[in-house]
Design a protein around this ligand. Structure first.
Ligand code: PEP
Ligand code: MN
Length: 358
């Protein structure tokens, strides 16, 4: 075969490839439209019966020289990338996604901004136990120039016999102690019907790990205009976490902080496994600020500082830890709360790490 004959044949192949390219993308556009229809009908994207029909049609119409098996493999590949396309399309439609809104969302907690590039802290006791206890902690939090205080009034405890929190009385204590030092309040609400009343006491509603998929609660906080700190579920994938945030945003509230707090794995050296790379993944996939809770992830006081350093280095917008006047007698999480001296050392060591890598 002469060079020119080869060029002619290759030219024909190039032409066909161009046509195939156009046809494949034409097909892909129809696939996307089908994806949208399936979305409205809540139909499963993968339809094995439909795929079997397409395979049978290939077998009936195949005139060679490709074998039917070879063609079916090629088409299987086309079907798979088509399904991915439907998935991607669905994902890009999420309100929380970076694709939907490329610029960062800044959560404004009555003047304190989370997600504006300045890395922040939220500190406070695990649980609100008394006015005196929270007042002492608030004083320390203020001393370190931190504007956000946390404290649980509704405690999600594994055992029903453990301290369950002071409820609304606890929220009132927290509010009053915080007001004495002009601090903003973050506290967990567990029950949808408590959300409205809680709005009078908190500046940020925390949705705890155990409630990440309490869809009624997510919808309820989504109807408010209070910032929400949404914690990752105990065994939630990043995708499930993102969908939980979507529940909130789909009801109109875009003031959401995502909080990585460790996930349950086979590792027993820590209480949970801090999934540190979830921070850049969440920041890439969504436009929301991301917090890291170094307390409930590690469950170990000796790991609070290295975990907080890692969180700041990897780009977390907010770091959460717990402080108690006397952790040994704390009614919850006594193993990992810091006393005031430890809190001082922690802040002295962590302050130089703030905004170093971003
Ligand atoms: C908390 O922050 O008080 C808490 C209970 O954390 P989590 O929901 O992450 O376990
Ligand atoms: Mn705790």
């Amino acid at each position: 075969m002469s060079e020119s004959q080869l060029d002619v044949l290759r030219g024909k192949i190039d032409k066909i490839d161009e046509e195939l390219l156009i046809l494949l993308n034409k097909r892909a556009k129809i696939v996307e439209s089908i994806g949208k229809v399936k979305e409205t009908q809540s139909t499963k994207r993968y339809d094995p019966v439909r795929e079997r029909q397409l395979f049978d049609r290939i077998a009936q119409n195949n005139e060679g020289p490709f074998s039917t098996t070879a063609l079916q493999q090629i088409f299987k590949q086309i079907f798979q990338v088509s399904l991915e396309l439907q998935k991607d399309d669905n994902r890009s439609a999420l309100l929380v996604s970076r694709k939907k809104k490329p610029e960062d969302t800044i959560v404004n907690i009555n003047g304190i901004k989370v997600g504006d590039g300045k890395q922040q802290f939220v500190m406070g006791p695990c649980a609100v136990e008394s006015y005196d206890q929270v007042y002492q902690v608030a004083e320390q939090v203020k001393k370190h120039g931190i504007g956000l205080i946390r404290g649980g009034a509704f405690k999600p405890r594994t055992s029903p016999y453990d301290f369950q929190g002071l409820g609304f009385e606890g929220l009132e204590i927290l509010r009053n102690a915080a007001d004495a030092f002009d601090l903003k309040v973050i506290s967990e609400i567990m029950t949808p019907s408590d959300v409205e009343k809680a709005l009078d006491y908190v500046d940020v509603i925390q949705v705890g790990a155990r409630n990440m998929q309490n869809f009624d609660l997510l919808k309820e906080v989504g109807k408010t205009n209070k910032p929400v700190l949404l914690k990752r579920g105990l065994a939630a994938t990043i995708e499930e976490f993102i969908y939980a945030a979507e529940y909130i945003m789909s009801k109109g509230n875009d003031q959401i902080i995502l909080c990585e707090r460790g996930i349950r794995t086979y590792e027993k050296a820590t209480r949970n496994t801090l999934d540190i790379t979830s921070v850049p993944i969440l920041k890439k996939e969504t436009h929301l600020p991301v917090a890291v809770d170094v307390v409930h992830s590690t469950g170990r006081r000796d790991l609070l500082l290295p975990a907080a350093k890692a969180a700041l280095a990897i780009g977390a917008d907010l770091v959460m830890a717990e402080v108690h006047p006397d952790p040994a007698v704390a009614l919850s999480d006594s193993a990992q709360q810091m006393n005031f001296e430890q809190f001082d050392s922690f802040m002295k060591a962590i302050n130089p790490c703030v905004n170093v890598f971003n």
